[in-house]
Design a protein around this ligand. Sequence first.
Ligand code: C2O
Ligand code: CU
Length: 493
Amino acid sequence: MEGRATVRKWLLGGLGLLLLLCGGGVAAVTWLVTGGLSVNTVGKVAFDRPLKVPPLAPSVVDADGRRVFDLTAQPGDSDLGHGAGTRTWGYNGAYLGPTLRAQRGERVAVNVHNRLNEPTTVHWHGMHLPAKVDGGPHHPIPPGGDYQAAWTVDQPAATLWYHPHPGERTERQVYRGLAGLFLIDETEDKTGLPHDYGVDDIPVVVQDKGFSGGQLSMDDRFLSDLGVLGDEILVNGTPGPYLDVRTGLVRLRLLNASTARVYDFTMSDGRPFAMIASDGGLLAAPYTTRRVRLSVGERAEIVVAMRPGERVELRSARTGLGVVHGGKDAFDVLQLRAAGELREGALPARLATLTKLDPQRAAQRRTFTFQGRGINGDQMDMRRVDAVVVKDTVEIWNVANGHDTPHSFHIHDVQFQVLTVDGNAPPPELSGWKDTLFLEPRRRYAVIAEFADYADPTTAYMFHCHVLRHEDEGMMGQFVVVEPGDTPRLSHN
Ligand code: C2O
Ligand code: CU
């Protein structure tokens, strides 16, 4: 049974190849664009398992007043819908990791233990912190090794996440299950938004998987240049999940923790919902929409209004990308089941004060074009510094996707603002803080960021494509933040 999807994939792939080889080029292309390779699970998901909610990670406050967490990367067995014996990896468990949570202003330390049989790292995606503890490929933790990252949390409330970032192994480590959320809270939440974790404030970690013989399969989709595109969806590691809702408003913290897939989230009845936050924190005000699109690594927080007794599903609709990029796929993702009586709530009109970074302040403008498996024609080189940034300055980065493959652009250390998309003002969903940006085929973007607080001439931060196959294959560059007048001297070669 488990191998059926894979067998079908190969049969379809073989059929496509056969058509091509028979000189039936036109027929093959027609078959491809009409969706011969696509997956559609809408209406076919049983929704018979309660959504698992990742536990909040326990922490202790040490003698220095630091909040200390422990994360152990370890192998295990999981039931992902194909029997109980699927071999997976997780932090402090068999699959995914606990949710870390800290307040703005707090000092935190995370002790990471590697109990895998290969090197790993933990990167704090979206976090503003010193390069030394950023968890990039320069700092592998060997099998059996331990490592501590410590920093002061100093940024607005947000849904961040953590995942491995070792050289060339990120796709498979994340795919096997290594990922978790890191939530930042303001010292005082004055918004009135739903905030009861697991009750009306729900983590929704979305991943696509393929299976073969009851095990996770990393077979690429036929002709795909993105890596794995799975034909089943897990939410927080739960296949076919439903969530019992007891409040009139439910806040979903959506994270695309897939390796390659772009999702276009909608509700099954087309109802509008409120988008309240992007990667780096709250929007200025709720934005009412019917769709929210997330490329790999992006987050969005949405608030969905529910009526007593109803059932409605979160779906992922066709994205409009090419069929080999999963653009013709559609999925049922999560069923929301409202109780007969719901606790009332109201959405605030204003959420946060967003100070716009002024383009006039830009000390430097750079251009990065994503094409092939490189950025500006270069592959990742751990010894090369691609950009030297002066501490506490503002820069504008012009980022372009030069071809027809979708990419996802991520900068470490900073949250940026989108200035333009193809020269125009960004849409409302890109009006807030971002650390990851969907690079649509053949579009150009300008983003602005301030590289504040931390300079270290010896250690690089990364910027890269978050399609993990692309990242592993070298679609990544490095920047070093220095004090004025200083020059980089990388120490980890
Ligand atoms: Cu989420 Cu450099 O990665
Ligand atoms: Cu890419």
